[in-house]
Ligand binder design. Structure first.
Ligand code: NAD
Length: 323
């Protein structure tokens, strides 16, 4: 039985990873300060050990890494809009927090660190689909901080021989994604609007598109990133290889609910890019990764979850950040 540390394990993606590990009998420790995560998400991983602490505190991070075999580093402030408002806190958490994880992992003899990278590293280059050989060109403080974390992962592989793998997630969605904050993902907000019968709010003309990736695919990619031989420091897209526009997303939700969901359009948001789509050939080749839940199936499962959970409190709009 291996021991895993999941940073950000009270958050959306981290709680699904912790749940998958706990379900297969692995020992799980979670490091979280509940900046955006929720205590109720911990119930998804029964038996997981909680270390309440901050990625910005190296001593706390060292305690979290002690005795650990593998790390899934999900903890971050994952919002473009928030980073535009407060770049220092985003950078402290995302960049310095990652540096702390790598230092502590190196010193504790951790076997591998899998880092939650982000498609925001690509910025607004018009080339589609985005592939890993393209030059990174982040356009928001969030994108810069996530890309800096990647670079630290590669530097630690080179300088200290630490086994690191970077998975660049595109727009991940699914149950437990928080629709209650102004920084929430667009699918969480639209599902909430569909359940509550309110308008879906779109910033821009709605023709912006994203490679929306159902959470189970991301969990699978992470588990493979531990199991397979991967050259240290390698960066891989973790997505589906297909994209849908926001207008298309609202239509798809309307198709599932059988209701006409109304859209209100607002001004475009600073730092958002127009289109995002991944090439996933490298993950296919190196990890044997293949998305197993497609967009529509994932959307139905997600909507069903929001229906049964009754969603959360009202959030003011629908950002469609390149996550
Ligand atoms: N959701 C997406 O579409 C997406 C896309 C690309 C990359 N990512 C990356 O995936 C990871 C997980 O994102 P998510 O969507 O689950 O977000 P989330 O906000 O649900 O989870 C992030 C978790 O990190 C915790 N955290 C924040 N600051 C912390 C700190 N200083 N110390 C300890 N814990 C802290 C939060 O409390 C939360 O539990 C992030 O690294 C994010 O950048 C997410």
């Amino acid at each position: 039985m291996a021991k895993f540390l999941v940073t950000g394990g009270a958050g959306f993606i981290g709680s699904h990873l912790a749940a998958a590990l706990a379900a297969r009998g692995d020992s799980v420790r979670i490091l979280d300060n509940f900046a955006t995560g929720k205590r109720e998400n911990l119930a998804a991983a029964p038996g997981a050990e909680l270390l309440e602490g901050d990625l910005r505190d190296l001593a706390a991070v060292r305690r979290a890494c002690a005795g650990v075999d593998y790390i899934f580093h999900e903890g971050a402030l994952p919002s473009v809009a928030r980073s535009v408002e407060d770049p220092v806190t985003s950078d402290d958490t995302n960049t310095r927090g990652t540096l702390h994880i790598l230092i502590a992992a190196r010193d504790a003899g951790v076997k591998r660190v899998v880092y939650a990278g982000s498609s925001s590293a690509y910025g607004e280059s018009a080339t589609l689909p985005k592939h890993e050989e393209m030059m990174a060109d982040p356009i928001s403080p969030y994108g810069v901080s996530k890309y800096a974390g990647e670079n630290y992962c590669r530097a630690f592989a080179k300088c200290y021989g630490l086994s690191t793998v970077v998975l660049r997630y595109f727009n991940v969605f699914g149950p437990r994604q928080d629709p209650g904050s102004p920084y929430s993902g667009v699918i969480a907000l639209f599902c909430k609007a569909a359940v509550e019968g309110t308008d879906a709010m779109i910033h821009g003309d709605g023709e912006q598109s994203r490679d929306f990736t159902y959470i189970d695919n991301v969990v699978r990619g992470n588990l493979l990133a531990i199991e397979r031989d991967v050259p240290a420091g390698m960066v891989m897209n973790c997505a589906t290889g297909s994209a849908i526009s926001l207008n298309g997303l609202v239509r798809a939700l309307g198709g599932i609910t059988g209701k006409n969901i109304k859209i209100s359009y607002g001004p475009p948001r600073t730092g958002d890019i127009k289109h995002s789509l991944a090439n996933i050939d490298r993950a296919r080749r190196v990890l044997g990764y293949e998305p197993s839940v497609d967009f529509r199936d994932g959307l139905s499962r997600t909507l069903q979850w929001y229906r049964t959970q009754g969603a959360a409190k009202t959030g003011p709009g629908a950002p469609v950040s390149q996550r």
